[in-house]
Design a protein around this ligand. Structure first.
Ligand SMILES: Nc1nc2c(c(=O)[nH]1)N[C@H]1C(S)=C(S)[C@@H](COP(=O)(O)O)O[C@H]1N2
Ligand SMILES: [Mo]
Length: 353
């Protein structure tokens, strides 16, 4: 991947809970090795060993079941390569600025997860007719600054997303047991949704007949379009169509001649169909070359563009991805008070000397 001795590092946003960004501009692989996988936590890491680990499925089921890790690993498996993107990725680009972790462009990673479809597990427990949602709770918990109570990290899914065959209970990342910080021994993977849905260190799975009202669902991970009130709020779910220029870097100085521009593009719905590039602030666009034109669902596409430049000066470079669901990156981001889902056209400046 990179030459020995010349390795990138993660960018620290916080130590406890640990929040660190992937050095996304310096990685060319479409599989991120786990030391470079971004880390996003709400609480200190849970004290947990796999020694006595069991996974209960309870609530509105026909018969509650307690699975051992071995039970789960013996079931038919499913392997999915998917982007995980924090909904706060690129938050620091919002204008006006919003409070929260000031993620730049590296709260995103991709790799291969192996596990069992949640649907497969449910064959053993059954689901009662009254069940409307399923709550996935993690082993990590702690206090929140806004509420005086202790909460676990827990999120629900509507049944249609929970029962989608690609929603898996994963136990491997890139062919190895999931690293502890990324959810060992079992983690939910919800491809196509922002990564708050992919609950780490699963403690239990509970079927309920109402809308789950946990704070990571009703306070956080909600789009609030207004600065001063909660009107027109709606939940954060699927990943928006998006792109990031990896090379050159913002404000880099280049030489005249041939410069190769590279980056990635991704979407939570369908596939990436085009990535356009513009050198005139969005007036005209040229297609970049997609590395895997028939890209698979849930995965990012690497793209490149060979730029031949003879004239010295300052340039603005923009990229705009489009997906098969006719979604296109907007020029202006959808501003929201908590700063989720930033996906405006990616923009850098360079100087050619
Ligand atoms: N149990 C648990 N699961 C969690 C979280 C958490 O704090 N606790 N954070 C979520 C958020 S917001 C993101 S972006 C991803 C980050 O996953 P990573 O640390 O493996 O990159 O995990 C999600 N799942
Ligand atoms: Mo996140």
């Amino acid at each position: 991947m990179t030459k020995p001795g010349a390795k990138p590092y993660l960018t620290t946003r916080n130590i406890e809970p640990e929040n660190q960004e992937t050095p996304i501009h310096f990685l060319r692989s479409d599989t991120i090795d786990y030391p470079y996988f971004y880390k996003r936590n709400h609480f200190p890491y849970p004290a947990l060993t796999a020694l006595h680990y069991f996974l209960p499925i309870i609530g509105l089921v026909d018969s509650p079941v307690l699975f051992s890790l071995r039970d789960i690993m013996n079931m038919p498996s499913k392997t999915i390569k998917a982007v995980l993107e924090c909904s706060g990725n690129k938050r620091n680009l919002f204008e006006p600025k919003v409070f929260g972790e000031q993620w730049e462009k590296g709260a995103i990673s991709q790799g291969t997860w192996k596990g069992v479809s949640l649907k497969t597990l449910l064959a053993a427990s059954g689901i009662r007719e009254e069940a409307a949602e399923v709550v996935i709770e993690g082993h990590d918990f702690g206090e929140r600054k806004d509420l005086d109570n202790v909460y676990a990290y827990a999120r629900s899914l509507p049944l249609n997303k929970a029962l989608h065959p690609d929603t898996i209970i994963a136990y491997e990342y890139n062919g190895r047991p999931i690293p502890f910080k990324h959810g060992y021994p079992l983690r939910l993977i919800v491809p196509g949704w922002y990564a708050m849905a992919s609950v780490k260190w699963i403690k239990q799975i509970t079927f309920i007949d109402s809308k789950f009202a946990g704070p990571f669902q009703t306070i956080d991970y909600v789009y609030y379009p207004n600065k001063t009130n909660d009107e027109q709020a709606f939940p954060v779910t699927g990943i928006h169509v998006n792109s990031t220029i990896q090379k050159p870097l913002n404000m880099e100085i280049l030489n005249t001649g041939t410069n190769v521009i590279k980056g990635i593009a991704w979407t939570g719905k369908g596939r990436i169909t085009r990535v356009g590039i513009s050198f005139d602030k969005g007036e005209t666009w040229v297609d970049t070359e997609l590395k895997n034109e028939h890209n698979a669902e849930y995965q990012w596409v690497s793209w490149s563009f060979t730029w031949f430049v003879t004239e010295k000066g300052e340039y603005t470079i923009m990229t705009r991805a489009a997906d098969s669901c006719r979604r296109v990156q907007p020029m202006t981001p959808f501003w929201n008070r908590k700063g989720y889902g930033y996906n405006a056209i990616d923009t850098i400046k360079v100087k050619v000397e």
